[in-house]
Design a protein around this ligand. Structure first.
Ligand SMILES: Nc1ncnc2c1ncn2[C@@H]1O[C@H](COP(=O)(O)OP(=O)(O)OP(=O)(O)O)[C@@H](O)[C@H]1O
Length: 363
């Protein structure tokens, strides 16, 4: 019997190993999930996400290592863990020949949730929360995939778990159903739940997760708050252009990263083809002028490496530096009488992190 302490993280994974046959599918995986997080567990197919989740959910004994949920060890105290987790497996089936309400009442009984006789107030509350009240008398078999997924999520909430462990909750869903599930997860987080969810689709997580762990071939590549990881991967700050003089001599060829992408023919842009010593980022600008004008305005600005056409009438500016550099770029454009109506990273933070820390290996 383990004792949960209030200081324990919601989930603690330490030196987790697992092997199927002679194949190591988890190799020394360690990370923490703080209370109240929406935590994304990301990795390509076969990386070991489901295996980790099955250990967390007390369904699989690890070969070595330790997993605790709210301080309870999953191997030593599985019953305590089961009371505090709500686990939704990937591709789980639902009973089809019952109504939504009957389905939830069945699981409320199975979980021994107090139901106040036959009133099943808890089922009403969960249907309300998951927006299933209108569908209460609908036959499960006739529901859409998104609604069935929502029903499964409702099922995991019946015993009011503190920690939700959801394996690919948005896979196979259309964009609308995905957005609806995502909104529901945010609502659940606001109710104080910790949510751990896995995915191999980055974009379905980027908006909701506060922290992530990235797994590749059974090994943890990186974990922690997205903002902190992004900061760690940040290129060194670029020297700021001097006040009032945003356009200064062009970067030397050795400062410039080559690109197969077409670039605007900017004066001073010769030599755009050598390798860069400092990491670069790209910002997507929506501007009220032709791309050539942007290229001309930014020509010679230190650490601006490339100006190229972007999607949907945007301009992609590649630079070395942090957000301060973006501010300098925008200022240079405004000073050249070019209106800037939008500024966004070419990739969102999570995509950038993922591409930077993974090698694209699968097992
Ligand atoms: N019961 C099992 N017996 C043998 N090998 C298994 C078993 N379960 C999983 N594996 C293998 O372990 C590796 C990790 O599988 P796992 O399902 O944990 O990955 P995953 O990251 O969840 O992938 P996906 O995104 O495809 O679900 C894979 O190579 C898989 O084939």
């Amino acid at each position: 019997m383990t004792t949960a302490t209030t200081t324990a993280p919601a989930i603690r994974v330490r030196h987790l190993w697992h092997r199927f046959g002679r194949f190591d599918v988890l190799r020394d995986v360690s990370f923490d999930v703080a209370h109240g997080e929406i935590f994304g567990f990301i990795g390509p197919n076969g990386a070991g996400k489901t295996t980790t989740i099955r250990v967390m959910s007390t369904l699989l004994e690890p070969l070595a290592g330790r997993v605790e949920i709210d301080g309870y060890d999953v191997t030593i105290d599985p019953d305590a863990v089961r009371k505090i987790i709500g686990y939704m497996p990937d591709h789980a089936g639902v009973y089809e020949r019952v109504t939504v309400r009957e389905y939830l009442e069945f699981f409320a009984d199975a979980y021994r949730v107090p139901t106040a006789g036959t009133s099943y107030a808890v089922v009403d509350a969960v249907m309300e929360l998951t927006d299933l009240t209108k569908l209460r008398d609908k036959l499960v078999a006739t529901m859409s995939k998104g609604m069935k997924q929502r029903l499964q999520l409702a099922r995991t909430l019946l015993h009011d778990p503190k920690v939700l462990i959801l394996d690919e909750p948005a896979s196979d869903l259309d964009p609308r159903a995905r957005i609806e599930i995502r909104d529901l997860l945010v609502e659940l987080r606001n109710l104080g739940k910790t949510i751990f969810l896995s995915s191999h689709i980055l974009t379905e997580l980027a908006d909701v997760c506060t922290s992530v762990a990235i797994l590749e071939r059974g090994r943890l590549v990186v974990s922690g708050p997205i903002s902190e990881i992004a900061r760690r991967l940040e290129p060194p700050p670029a020297p700021a252009p001097s006040e009032g003089a945003p356009a200064v001599p062009a970067p030397s060829p050795s400062e410039v990263r080559g690109s197969p992408r077409p670039t605007f023919n900017a004066a001073g842009g010769s030599g755009w083809g050598a390798a860069a010593p400092i990491p670069t980022r790209t910002v997507k600008l929506r501007v009220l002028a032709p791309g050539e004008a942007v290229a001309a305005a930014l020509t010679g600005m230190p650490n601006v490496h490339r100006v190229a056409p972007g999607p949907a009438h945007t301009v992609l500016v590649t630079y070395a530096g942090d957000d301060t550099m973006v501010a300098y770029i925008v200022r240079a454009l405004v000073m050249a009488n070019i209106g800037v109506s939008g500024v966004e990273p070419e990739r969102n933070e999570l995509e950038r992190i993922f591409l930077e820390v993974t090698k694209g290996e699968v097992q």
